[in-house]
Ligand binder design. Sequence first.
Ligand SMILES: NC(=O)C1=CN([C@@H]2O[C@H](COP(=O)(O)OP(=O)(O)OC[C@H]3O[C@@H](n4cnc5c(N)ncnc54)[C@H](O)[C@@H]3O)[C@@H](O)[C@H]2O)C=CC1
Ligand SMILES: O=C([O-])CC(=O)C(=O)O
Length: 271
Amino acid sequence: MTGVGVLGHGALGHAIAQALGSGQVPGARLVGIAGRRLSDDLECLARACDCAALDAPSALPALGARLIVEAAGASAVREHALPLLEAGCDVILMSTGALGDAALLARLKDAATAHGRKIYLPSGAIAGLDGIRAAMEAGVETVRITTRKHPRALAGSPYLDEHPLDLAGLAEARVIFEGSARDAIAGFPSNVNVSLTLATLVGSPDRVQVRIIADPHAEMTQHRIEVTAASGTMAIDVANQPSPLNPRSSWLAALSAIAMVRQLVAPIWIG
Ligand SMILES: NC(=O)C1=CN([C@@H]2O[C@H](COP(=O)(O)OP(=O)(O)OC[C@H]3O[C@@H](n4cnc5c(N)ncnc54)[C@H](O)[C@@H]3O)[C@@H](O)[C@H]2O)C=CC1
Ligand SMILES: O=C([O-])CC(=O)C(=O)O
């Protein structure tokens, strides 16, 4: 039985903890959920999941956690991923935007190597990383992701402070950002972690081009990934139900973390 800890109890953390806490993944046992601080919400979730509620993830290894699922935010990756690796845990990271910081990524990879641990980046809200990984063996030339979300999912993003736009008043779909994944994650830190997952795979946030479309008619969050490579081309389209708790995050992202835990504890690896 692998002890699992969850960091974050927002939209993704709730769904992941509920799945693991209800025994949906045989072979994985949820030992605790950590937030920034204890709260009624966190304690209620932990009670429902029959595990500990913690105000920091540092106690998770002592409770038996060997695998931590981070679903908390880039600051949590910066604060907690390194000590958790050093404490002997593997980590699944959802807030992959943090990895645009090359120095942080290098430190995390060094710690994983030194302590014999692994850092896992799930496919999150997108698909097709397996194919792109294979294409990388012969060489990937260009990677582009076009993300289409309802304006309510984009409101409050830092990019809009410097490029004001009446999102609520949009009548038609509009491209609101085009640029590198490096600039995209700085401007939309809660919306385009997927572009940094792609960037980490292909080696640099400057190698992934991002286009963000605010679409008042979009009921689903859509991501289209286009790749040109020596081996051929790929176009991957996903249309996701937004999480009922957070319109920025796709439900599929939580499912990808649960599926990754299942894959890690299973005797067979597919894909
Ligand atoms: N890789 C991917 O495909 C995707 C990644 N994400 C990212 O996953 C993360 C979680 O997403 P949601 O659950 O929708 O966000 P959310 O905002 O609903 O929940 C985040 C939770 O983490 C907690 N938190 C924040 N900083 C923390 C810290 N330093 N220590 C402990 N807890 C902390 C918050 O209090 C909150 O409970 C976000 O960073 C989001 O941008 C979201 C969707 C897709
Ligand atoms: O959930 C999504 O569709 C994508 C997302 O928010 C992210 O990558 O940060």
